[in-house]
Write a protein that binds this ligand. Structure first.
Ligand code: NAD
Ligand code: UFG
Length: 349
């Protein structure tokens, strides 16, 4: 019998991580999650186990900070990992502007620690969560992987620095294999409504905010900017269903075992642009709820139109997003109805 590959998933209790861990398990991988639960709940791991059914025995979870080098070393000493998918990181743009050192410590030191331990234990295959934020305000769309890169804030700088670190490490030793995935805007949830995004505090991103308005946790959505040169004046983004994104990681993981791969970067998006007002309207249709709007000025640092060229991922990863905005809104709403206060009950809020 073939021994299943064993994958370490850092940040696997989080939004994208939990969806990816489920797809890994369903695909037959042994999966070890490390997460410090800084922005997530162990309930997500229990729900993934529930959804994984017969595959649940292949999942182990350790509450661990990736900066805790002795703990990470102990884990690598006891388990042989074939590859690592690295989600662990802080991701709030505004917070990164307020607390840049916290972002450099968590995201950069965390990644360096992980890479050092991987090197020490002979694990040289990594999939990394980068972001479309590295394209800054793109001069044109769709964004291809060759576009010039920039960082508009400390969070974005950590993504760019980690991408550059991976390129430098590969240049120094071609035994390493890196796939850097630039996500566009993940939204939606697993269609079961059991796992989804559960932001702490007031959400920064559009879809979680719309969801909180729909369930009565926020009075109205502020539309940041109505004077952009777009179809209806509001910002345009490439929203991607989180389950499609999760499957993009399986495709990337398979590619890591292709002997020709070195250090490669892929966009994960749909290639379609959707405005704020279009997303609101699709969500209203899916939920039957009216989302009150307050039109305000532009949010500093926001780009006008960002969407992906998906050609490289389609060609080389043999992966393509399958779900449209309607599916994303439907699944977001199922998650919201089942978990209006996320993984916590209302009473504990
Ligand atoms: P998330 O916050 O839900 O998940 C990140 C997880 O990492 C959390 O569970 C958190 O507890 C954990 N974590 C953070 N620091 C850690 C540390 N030092 N040690 C151990 N665990 C730690 O976020 P997400 O939306 O699932 O994003 C996952 C990754 O994808 C992040 O790196 C993020 O920057 C990147 N990304 C996200 C988006 C997005 O819009 N959601 C877009 C582009 C890139
Ligand atoms: N928006 C509103 N009101 C809100 C929140 C957002 O009108 O309350 C608008 C924004 O102005 C933008 C669009 O909705 O036009 C999407 O905004 P998000 O904050 O949801 O997403 P961004 O594209 O600005 O940024 C997100 C992450 C970044 C990441 C990027 C690409 O916050 O870290 O997606 O992955 F880099």
């Amino acid at each position: 019998m073939e021994v299943p590959l064993c994958v370490l998933v850092t940040g696997g209790a989080g939004y994208i991580g939990s969806h990816t861990v489920l797809e890994l398990l369903l695909d037959g991988y042994k999966t070890v999650v490390v997460d410090n639960l800084n922005n997530s709940s162990e309930i997500a791991i229990a729900r993934v186990r529930q959804l994984a059914g017969d595959h649940a025995h292949n999942l182990s979870f350790y509450k661990m900070d990736i900066r805790d080098k002795p703990a990470l070393e102990q884990l690598f000493a006891s388990t042989k990992f074939d590859a690592v998918i690295h989600f662990a990181g802080l991701k709030a743009v505004g917070e990164s502007v307020e607390k840049p050192l916290m972002y450099f410590d968590n995201n950069i030191i965390g990644t360096i620690t992980l890479l050092e331990v991987m090197a020490a234990y002979g694990c040289n295959k990594l999939v990394f969560s980068s972001s479309a934020t590295v394209y800054g305000w793109p001069k044109e769309v769709p964004c291809t992987e060759e576009f010039p890169l920039s960082a508009a804030n400390p969070y974005g700088r950590t993504k760019l620095m980690i991408e550059d670190m991976c390129r430098d490490i590969f240049a120094s030793n071609s035994d390493w294999k890196f796939i850097l995935l630039r996500y566009f805007n993940p939204i939606g949830a697993h269609p079961s409504g059991l796992i989804g995004e559960d932001p702490h505090g007031i959400p920064n991103n559009l879809m979680p905010f719309i969801q909180q308005v729909a369930v009565g946790r926020q009075p109205a959505l502020k539309v940041f900017g109505t004077d952009y040169s777009t179809k209806d004046g509001t910002g345009v983004r490439d929203y991607i269903h989180v389950v499609d994104l999760a499957n993009g990681h399986i495709a990337a993981l398979k590619k890591l075992f292709d002997p020709t791969i070195g250090c490669e970067v892929y966009n994960l998006g749909t290639g379609k642009g959707t405005s704020v007002l279009e997303l609101v309207s699709a969500f209203e249709k899916a939920s039957g709820k009216k989302i009150p709007l307050v039109k305000t000025g532009r949010r500093p640092g926001d780009a006008e139109i960002v969407y992906a060229s998906t050609a490289k991922a389609e060609r080389e990863l043999n992966w393509k997003a399958e779900h449209g905005i309607e599916d994303m809104c439907r699944d977001q709403w199922i998650w919201a109805c089942n978990n209006p206060y996320g993984y916590q009950t209302e009473k504990t809020q």
